[in-house]
Design a protein around this ligand. Structure first.
Ligand SMILES: *Cc1c(COP(=O)(O)O)cnc(C)c1O
Length: 395
């Protein structure tokens, strides 16, 4: 079916909650995608940071195929080996202690919020529930994670929202200290704000937050839903900041395209959830965990992660090398990059890139966001760069 016909049927049958780009994707290979009309694209979006191994990666597709024939789903009433293996790999690689499996980023953050509140309730009794997040953050679309998101535009329509959140200015430790009163139990933050505009936090600030949390026995929750699984050039971004959080959440890249999320807890709080206190039907299914194990077998290798850093540096350098008057800067780490343009112009640039065969996405008010597959090749990068140069240097 061609795009126009598909689009018409979409408008008839699918709830209109997304502003979609005007193409319908059909299939992909590596960092290349083809739409239903046969036009080819270089994928610098990865399904919003999900397809970290690109498209049709043999290690991933084989692992999923083998597992679905063996056992697709079992529920959490039973133990399965793929789930145990994912948890073991994640904790061994990070120094964290234990893992709870969810199905998305929002759900993982919801789990982290519940864990932090129960940690505090168990230890201090009721009244200590507030979670400080950062202004301009993004933590998900459930009623609670919307409220955790530090952007007013997300706090509309769906009243009443979950209570118990306050928002501190990123980079301002005094603001955070002031807002963390006696009712506070945790601080939750992204180390690079993704949706907010690819904004990395300063190292000194993150260290100050971590130290303050220790002092006050506040749990430090790092939302690595976008930054995790090799995206920034280390398995998790927090490893480059030199901190050990109490809780790390992840999703997007973990399944390489299958829906899986996880809440990873440090020794400090890994036994807070007990049977009956938190659960999900689908979480940690053998299929999604087999996918995660395949992803981790590729990504959790020093030479692979080094390549992610090298590719990120290369893209950054080349893009700055365009010397385009439209580009005000490039920020980010590894293969999570933001090209800063004039406020409000980011969507138009992303549209032009698409017309020129490059899929990118927006972030914040002025950022063209690049989240290429971590396996992107030199040739694919150079093809994308040539198209980008044409877009940013025309006129
Ligand atoms: C995408 C994202 C989420 C939400 O994940 P979903 O899977 O869409 O629920 C939460 N936090 C961050 C940092 C994200 O980038």
């Amino acid at each position: 079916m061609w795009y126009q016909e598909l689009k018409q049927q979409e408008q008839t049958y699918v709830i209109n909650s997304y502003g979609r780009f005007p193409i319908a994707l059909d299939h992909g290979k590596g960092a290349r995608l083809w739409d239903v009309e046969g036009k080819e694209y270089i994928d610098l979006a990865s399904g919003i940071g999900v397809n970290c191994l690109g498209h049709d990666h043999p290690v991933l597709t084989k692992a999923i195929e083998d597992q679905i024939h063996k056992l697709m789903h079992a529920s959490n009433l039973y133990t399965t080996a793929p789930m145990v293996e994912t948890a073991k790999t994640l904790t061994t690689a990070t120094g964290m202690a234990k893992v709870f499996f969810a199905n998305s980023g929002a759900e993982s953050n919801e789990g982290a919020i519940k864990l932090a509140r129960k940690y505090s309730f168990d230890k201090y009794g009721p009244g200590r529930y507030k979670i400080i997040t950062l202004l301009n953050s993004f933590h998900g679309r459930t009623i609670t994670t919307l409220k955790a998101t530090g952007q007013d535009k997300f706090h509309d329509y769906f009243f009443p929202f979950t209570e118990g959140f306050d928002y501190a200015q990123a980079g301002n430790i005094e603001d955070l200290k002031q807002k963390a009163d006696d009712s506070c139990c945790a601080v939750m933050m992204e180390l690079i704000q993704g949706e907010g505009g690819v904004l990395p936090q300063e190292k000194a600030y993150v260290h100050a937050v971590a130290e303050f949390c220790k002092q006050k026995d506040l749990l430090l929750i790092i939302d690595e839903v976008q930054t995790g699984i090799g995206r920034t050039g280390s398995l998790f971004c927090f490893q480059q900041y030199g901190i050990l959080p109490d809780i790390v959440t992840m999703a997007k890249g973990l399944g390489g395209g299958l829906p899986i999320g996880a809440v990873m807890a440090a020794q400090s709080c890994c036994d807070v959830f007990t049977p009956g206190t938190h659960a999900t039907t689908f979480g940690g299914s053998p299929t999604v965990c087999a996918a995660a194990n395949a992803v981790l077998s590729v990504v959790n290798q020093a030479d692979f992660l080094q390549e992610v850093q090298r590719k990120g540096e290369y893209l950054k350098e080349q893009i700055l090398g365009f010397q385009s008057p439209e580009i005000q800067g490039v920020r980010g780490m590894g293969l999570m990059l933001g090209i800063i343009v004039e406020e409000g112009k980011h969507s138009a640039f992303v549209g032009k890139l698409l017309e020129n065969g490059v899929l990118a996405i927006t972030a914040g008010k002025n950022t063209v966001r690049l989240l290429p597959p971590l396996v992107i090749t030199q040739e694919e990068m150079d093809q994308a760069l040539a198209a980008m140069k044409a877009v940013f240097c025309q006129s």
